[in-house]
Design a protein around this ligand. Structure first.
Ligand code: HEC
Length: 137
């Protein structure tokens, strides 16, 4: 009886394993729908690289050698992530709103409002969606 129960449990866990991979699949987002209306990726990179907003002081960012901050997650592969800050759906409108005022969307987030205007947030979001490779440096 015991053995049979554990076999049933093992089988169930096996199935659960399969289910989990299916559940987690959306976390690696498709690259469709990553177009930011009125966003200019080149301008976005200039804003990020200028240092004015401290992005690189808190994040490792491809193409920016120093600083490579560790307070926030590396931004390489941001286009492929299913979630922003692990919680919000990674869609252009949400990304723009998050960049403009992170605590407005996630009260306990460690990312501060760095004062991007709407236009700047669009440009930065467009730039972030060019970051497709998770291991880019
Ligand atoms: C003071 C540190 C700090 C600064 C400055 C900062 N961030 Fe963040 N950022 C964070 C932290 C911490 C998180 C993680 C938030 C969370 O998980 O709630 C984060 C999260 C993010 C995310 C989501 C990452 C993910 O993997 O989901 C993006 C995108 C982002 N930041 C972009 C930027 C950009 C672009 C700038 C500059 C305009 C910037 N950050 C400036 C600390 C910072």
């Amino acid at each position: 009886m015991r053995i049979r129960l554990s076999l049933v449990l093992l089988g169930w866990l096996g199935l659960a394993g399969c289910d989990l991979s299916a559940t987690y699949a959306p976390a690696t987002a498709d690259l469709e729908n990553k177009h930011v209306h009125d966003g200019d990726a080149a301008r976005g990179f200039s804003l990020v690289a200028s240092g004015s907003y401290g992005c690189a002081a808190c994040h490792a960012i491809p193409g920016i050698r120093t600083p490579k901050g560790v307070a926030g997650p590396p931004l390489a592969g941001m286009a492929r992530r299913g979630f922003i800050a692990g919680q919000l759906p990674n869609k252009p409108g949400v990304m723009v709103a998050f960049l403009q005022d992170p605590p407005a969307l996630l009260a306990t987030t460690g990312m501060p409002n760095v004062g991007l205007t709407l236009d700047e947030a669009r440009d930065v979001a467009a730039y972030l969606y060019t970051l497709e490779q998770p291991d880019a440096e």
